[in-house]
Design a protein around this ligand. Sequence first.
Ligand SMILES: C[S@@+](CC[C@H](N)C(=O)[O-])C[C@H]1O[C@@H](n2cnc3c(N)ncnc32)[C@H](O)[C@@H]1O
Length: 315
Amino acid sequence: MSDDKAAELRALTAGRPHTTHVLETVIAVWPEHAGYLVKSFAARSPAMLDATEAAAGAARKLIAGQEAKFAADYRWTCDQLRDEELFFHREGRYRLSTFAEANAEVYSNHDYMGRYVNGLLLTQLLWYNHVATFEMFLNQVLPNAARPFDYLEVGPGHGLMVYFAAQSPLCRTLEAWDVSTVSLRETRAALDTLGLTKPVSLVETDILQTKRPDRRFDLVVISEVLEHLERPHVALDFLRGCIADDGRIFINVPLNSPSPDHIYLFSTPDDVRVLVEGAGFKVDQMSLFATQGKRIESALANRISVSAGVIARPS
Ligand SMILES: C[S@@+](CC[C@H](N)C(=O)[O-])C[C@H]1O[C@@H](n2cnc3c(N)ncnc32)[C@H](O)[C@@H]1O
């Protein structure tokens, strides 16, 4: 990395020690990535830099003692995504379209999954659009709870959102569902490492086939999951029935975002709105965040990845 880029990154993250530490770890392994990171960090608002620092503080605990491995896995993950991007821009579609294909190539491949999941953890603070939706969750979803809430998340990954939801004094109970035993094991280990003391019920279930629970939730989160499903409308229809009448759902779904296990292509913000409204929700807010903070119009026109953060309530 050039000294100029290093100095720029240090200046951009000054006063945010966890962020600086993780950036230095990544750049030690992948110096050529510094230019990308400078752009990603220069585009962030102070609120986003604070959200980055919160995610970095949690990530530091999760990668402690294995920093170089996580950084190498992040680099490897970016390489996999670049290959998918080439295919997407050549063919105009995601390479895989069924769960069976994604399961064969990714989910059941333990070596692949291990590296991929490590890489995705670091994207939570290194990628502009991932931090932007996380900031939306921290600053626009959690603080707007009007009363004590019961929290449900589908596909919690490393459990960062579960962990931050639990910090809200209004959070009464926490539950998370995932189809994968391995993923849930990862969630439990991460929550233990983060030192979460509130109980979290982790349930292995397929959102497309699960039985209706005997309780309703006040806040439901489904982040980076719908694009992994063959029938995302079935998942949202189902979740509509799990939400209290005055509850809310936070949906984070990427558009034009090729990835080894993304099988359902959302191309436009309207694709998402139609799905959410069709499941019986009223959209209160939809915010769009493009990779590297690029202009939304040009990202959509060029089919560059955009994250859609949606806050909705039963209509
Ligand atoms: C990319 S991770 C999302 C991690 C985290 N929520 C985030 O925003 O980064 C997708 C998760 O969805 C889970 N998943 C995929 N299909 C599912 C299904 N049919 N039912 C429940 N969970 C599913 C996967 O096992 C995985 O843990």
